[in-house]
Design a protein around this ligand. Structure first.
Ligand code: GLY
Length: 579
């Protein structure tokens, strides 16, 4: 069925029963409806690629893999071949949930002090924008693993649309034009990236023009014909390692050949009768999503009202406690003993729940341990897919910063990640997003950096109910949390649940970020009990916060035989499409 966003209407919502209920502008939006299949991604072309695969008889995994390759062409800010990510798959016939870890891996020659200068301080440029900033990419292996094990189509079939888009070009959207323009200074000074994105002479592709990527088409053709080995052992591997070594990087042919996709035990939780299935470490997403839901389950959030000061306080207090734990306990489980069971247990959540009072704010300094300052890049991308068989995929992947480290591996047409910056280069020193960690997330050869990506599936009575996820660094977890609460507690349709303004607290700094749209009364009530609030409403009409949005959630809900999809319109390029 063709997409139809029926109407967007702002209404005044008056909740009159309590002082903590407030007048709010609530966006009423309709989801896209389908019965056979649905894709929601951050790029309209990639969404259409996925839907076409479903229409050709492919399952959700076939479509997800096709979308993953297509985004690498049409959404180079975050879609990628040179990065990594996590995929959750629900298999309806087996009633089984799979968690695929295709996160980047530190090269064998990486060491914990590799980003420290002679004075022992972190050299930020080295950690973020040099060839050393790249981990061994996992995306291609991840996509191929998913397809081989859970898909039904051939690699050639699912890569074909991406290959066509790279080889014959696609029309540049406003969003892509603006993103390339913003990144032009950083990228165009690197010869290979200038060639790939700026015609070799710094020219930003115009909105509406055709954008062709011949080197990327070559790369996709090699993968299509020769499979995983082309990337990890063959001609593409040679180009990645030559480029890395020419510019001071450390990725070797051996590192690429040794890359492994890992199937991990998903994080399972329960929330008001729904099963939550999400990504385990090396992502922190699943653990802290379940931890926060466990804490919140003890309150009737619906009764307290959507976006009342009371509800926001209880959710923010839960966020602070989860992010406090994140700083100390989370890292790659193959290198560090993450206390998963305790963190997601109802008992532990109950202890935390008791610390929270509905009326009182706890200063972050009174919550231990660690420090987690703010700022997160939105440049990761998430998509959700469901098919007519009841299968679902929730996939989040990234090259970390927007356009990764900005460096196209010469001759390949694709950008490399700067995921090494997601490690703690030095205990207590913030990474690019202000995140501070400790021993659990120190750099070690072969280790995977800690992530916040939270691809999530919600299961109800043994059937898939919801697929959701988001980009946005540490704000991913809180964006997904609020989307789930809006649907389950507040009974909102998925479009309204997504459009509703979000807030975020990550313990340190002790600051509550609130997107535009919260009621001024509520903001003032929160400030009165002690919160330091940063909300556009406090700065006047023209103010756009430097921290941007809180997530970009792409979700699908399956109910009564219908698929309800929505694409977060915080970013104009997104599209949900069903049939
Ligand atoms: N690079 C962002 C994340 O993995 O959370």
């Amino acid at each position: 069925m063709k997409i139809f966003q029926l109407f967007v209407l702002s209404i005044i919502f008056l909740a009159a029963h309590s002082a903590s209920y407030a007048i709010q502008d609530i966006k009423i939006v309709q989801p896209v409806i389908g019965t056979q299949g649905m894709v929601s991604s951050q790029d309209a072309i990639a969404t259409k690629v996925g839907v076409n695969i479903l229409k050709q008889g492919g399952n959700a995994v076939d479509a997800a893999v096709a979308v993953g390759f297509a985004l690498a062409v049409t959404y180079p800010q975050a879609g990628n071949l040179g990065g990594g990510g996590f995929m959750m798959v629900y298999l309806a016939d087996k009633k089984k949930t799979i968690a695929l870890d295709y996160r980047e891996m530190a090269p064998a020659n990486a060491d914990r002090d590799m980003f420290l200068d002679k004075d022992g301080n972190v050299d930020d440029r080295k950690a973020r924008f040099s060839h050393l900033s790249s981990g061994v990419p996992g995306s291609v292996a991840g996509m191929i693993h998913a397809l081989k094990n859970y898909g039904t189509m051939s690699l050639e079939q699912v890569i074909a649309p991406a290959l066509d888009l790279a080889d014959n070009g696609f029309v540049v959207s406003t969003h892509l034009h603006k993103s390339l323009k913003r990144a032009s200074r950083r990228l165009s000074e690197i010869e290979s990236s200038n060639k790939a994105f700026y015609n070799g002479n710094g020219t930003v592709p115009k909105e509406g023009s055709k954008f062709v990527q011949k080197d990327l088409a070559w790369t996709l053709l090699q993968i299509s014909k020769k499979g995983r080995d082309a990337f990890y052992k063959g001609s593409i591997a040679k180009k990645i390692t030559e480029d890395s070594q020419k510019h001071g990087g450390i990725i070797t042919m051996e590192d690429l050949a040794n890359y492994k996709v890992i199937e991990r035990e998903p994080i399972f939780g329960s929330y008001r009768g729904y099963t939550i299935a999400s990504m385990p470490p090396p992502s922190s997403g699943g653990i802290h999503l379940v931890q926060m839901l466990n804490i919140l389950e003890g309150w009737d959030l619906n009764k307290y009202g959507l976006h009342s000061a009371k509800t926001i306080n209880m959710i923010a207090e839960s966020m602070k406690r989860a992010y406090s734990d994140r700083s100390l306990h989370l890292g790659d489980p193959d290198f560090y003993d993450v206390p998963v069971k305790t963190l997601i247990s109802k008992q532990y959540a109950n202890d935390l729940h008791k610390q929270i009072s509905a009326k009182n704010y706890t200063p972050s300094t009174e919550i231990r341990p660690g420090v987690l300052p703010i700022y997160e890049s939105p440049q990761t991308t998430h998509y959700s897919v469901m098919d007519k068989y009841g299968n679902a995929v929730s996939n989040t992947y990234t090259i970390n910063a927007s356009f990764g480290n900005g460096r196209v591996a010469e001759g390949t047409g694709f950008l490399m990640n700067n995921e090494m910056d997601d490690f703690s280069s030095k205990p207590g020193a913030p990474n690019m997003f202000g995140l501070i960690g400790g021993e659990a997330n120190a750099i070690e050869a072969g280790k995977r950096p800690l992530s916040s990506m939270t691809p999530t599936l919600v299961i109800k009575e043994g059937e898939i109910f919801m697929s959701t996820g988001s980009p946005g660094g540490s704000r991913i977890i809180t964006a997904v949390l609020q989307t789930i609460i809006n649907v389950i507690d507040h009974k909102m349709n998925i479009a309204a649940a997504t459009a509703a303004p979000r807030f975020h607290h990550q313990w340190h700094p002790d600051s509550l970020l609130m997107e535009s749209g919260f009621d001024m009364d509520v903001i003032n009530q929160l400030r009165n009990i002690g919160y330091s609030v940063d909300a556009p409403e406090l700065h006047g009409n023209e103010y756009t916060p430097a921290w941007g949005d809180i997530g970009m959630v792409q979700s699908i809900v399956r109910e009564n035989g219908k698929l309800h999809g929505t694409a977060d319109d915080r970013r104009q390029s997104s599209l949900a499409l069903g049939y």
